[in-house]
Design a protein around this ligand. Structure first.
Ligand SMILES: [Zn+2]
Ligand SMILES: [Zn+2]
Length: 289
């Protein structure tokens, strides 16, 4: 298989990304309160939900339908994760499915190695621009193009909100400006760093570790542990087998909390046309059968 030339990230491109990884160390100076740690956990899982429901199951695969306002909110909250614009994310992800584990795959760990698949392709020079021609169905919405262009805006708004919330909860209102710093460093910064790597493991490890149920042309795998840390994305072989399904845990014992929450949203009328796996496909094309 002929590898494409891929450029390694250069330090000047990566500097912001590296410095951001150092921000949790500021907690050594500020300490952290119970509230800060709980917020870290909450903002990890809340944002993971929007990454998987928004970036992935809605914008990349259109596995359910929703209103223009709610789709904006999906993009906005997904982008509080600092994982670039929803249109950028989805356009590249569509290429991943089309060319999985071939030289054209943006992040095949099998071809380009673990580090390139994990972070190299995201922070490096190869995939900087949004391929709008691959995401015409959503790039017709001006507000989504705006968010995609100013992709850090939602994260900045969240960071400011986290700081002021910390100031009020940990301190005595607005008189002590330092009380919210530990909340910012733990609740936003540390949580975001863990969220980076929780999400990136899907790109780097989910084509390497785990079992394979279905015969697919790629090397995608299913893994319970990754399903827990990514709220259901660990059923990656299921997902590559039938990418149009909203649910990725195809059976009741395959933990997929993102799907459960989307289902609740459908009862509330926020989303609709949730797509399921056809019964005949569920039991066919199994490996070894
Ligand atoms: Zn996908
Ligand atoms: Zn994949």
């Amino acid at each position: 298989m002929e590898k494409q030339t891929r450029n390694k990230p250069v330090i000047k491109d990566e500097i912001g990304f590296i410095l951001f990884h150092l921000t949790p160390f500021l907690l050594l100076f500020t300490g952290a309160t119970k509230f800060d740690w709980w917020l870290l956990v909450a903002l990890y899982f809340i944002r993971m939900f929007f990454i998987t429901a928004g970036y992935h199951r809605y914008f990349s695969h259109r596995t359910f339908a929703t209103s223009r306002v709610f789709q904006f909110l999906l993009a906005f909250f997904a982008q509080t994760s600092m994982q670039k614009g929803a249109l950028w994310w989805a356009a590249n992800h569509r290429v991943h499915h089309k060319h999985s584990d071939t030289p054209d795959d943006p992040h095949s760990a099998n071809i380009y190695g673990f580090w390139y698949a994990h972070v190299g392709w995201i922070v490096g020079p190869d995939y900087k621009e949004t391929k709008y021609e691959l995401i015409k169905d959503f790039s017709k919405y001006k507000e989504l193009v705006f968010l995609n262009k100013y992709h850090l805006l939602p994260a900045i708004i969240l960071a400011i909100g986290v700081y002021f919330t910390g100031n009020m909860v940990n301190g005595t209102g607005f008189t002590d400006w330092t009380a919210g710093l530990s909340t910012l460093f733990a609740g936003f910064c540390f949580s975001t760093v863990i969220l980076f790597h929780g999400t990136f493991t899907i790109n780097s490890l989910m084509h390497l570790f785990g079992g394979r149920r279905y015969n697919t042309t790629d090397k995608s795998r299913n893994n319970f542990l990754f399903a827990v840390i990514t709220m259901g994305e660990g059923w990656h072989n299921n997902h590559h087998y039938f990418q149009s399904s909203t649910r990725q845990g195809f059976f009741w014992w395959e933990f997929d909390p993102t799907y459960y929450i989307i289902k609740v949203f459908s009862w509330l009328g926020l989303v609709w046309n949730i797509r399921e796996v056809p019964e005949n496909l569920l039991h066919s094309n199994k490996i070894g059968k």
